[in-house]
Design a binder for this molecule. Sequence first.
Ligand SMILES: Nc1nc2c(c(=O)[nH]1)N[C@H]1C(S)=C(S)[C@@H](COP(=O)(O)O)O[C@H]1N2
Ligand SMILES: [Mo]
Length: 251
Amino acid sequence: MNPEQPPQGPESPDEADARGRPVGRRVLLGTLGLGALGVVTAPTLQRGLESFLAGASEKDPTGLTGLLPNGGGFRYYSVTSSVPRRNAGTYRLTVDGLVDRPTTYTLARLRAMPQTRVVRDVQCVTGWRVPDTPFEGVRLSRLLDAAGVRPGAGAVRFTCFDGAYSESLTLDQARRADVLVALRMRDEDITHAHGGPARLYVAPMYFYKSAKWLSGITVTGDVEPGYWEERGYDIDAWVGRSNGRDDEPTS
Ligand SMILES: Nc1nc2c(c(=O)[nH]1)N[C@H]1C(S)=C(S)[C@@H](COP(=O)(O)O)O[C@H]1N2
Ligand SMILES: [Mo]
């Protein structure tokens, strides 16, 4: 069983109902269904829904998944039941480890750097795929070059301000032109639910590599398995060439 997926793995509210899920989840998915139809649009309502989702996850030990309002097919994932909010005033991204110049970035400073836009499909390892999704932000390679990676370094570890999630890439993977510290998604600032104000975006790999709520980039000697990788997912997560799946590559 894929640990990311709820026990019966519903892919839509209707399927969920047909399978006679417990009332709690039916209510949750029904509410999300309304949102997906565009009924929930105001930011304040969306915020309310997010906290409702956070509360619901506490009763669901499998973790929280569901369709987001106006989510365009994306599902909300978090391994924690709540995540603190960071904004332009409070957000910080630290680059440290085997580097000559450890650096802490504010959001303003990241926004002032050259921005790269990448448009690819998004593929989750549980099966869902969203076509042609624009992500925009600072190339990870640029941040690594600015910090000055030391000889002997071989990997990069990512940590998150949810306090739980982590990810990793080899240095070669991290230096790809389609790997970003993304500030925008679908041509809008990344929302809290999608991991804003900044998330990792690793275009050629399953979406679990794209760590939300990114707060730390640490250059290391060797790859350290990330959150899901300690729970069975492949560390080299190329779409279509890992995790026993044969999806069309995304990049
Ligand atoms: N911090 C954090 N990042 C995360 C996750 C998470 O639970 N926590 N889930 C991963 C998985 S499995 C997926 S599919 C995507 C979901 O991103 P979305 O919620 O924006 O659709 O985020 C990835 N990054
Ligand atoms: Mo995922």
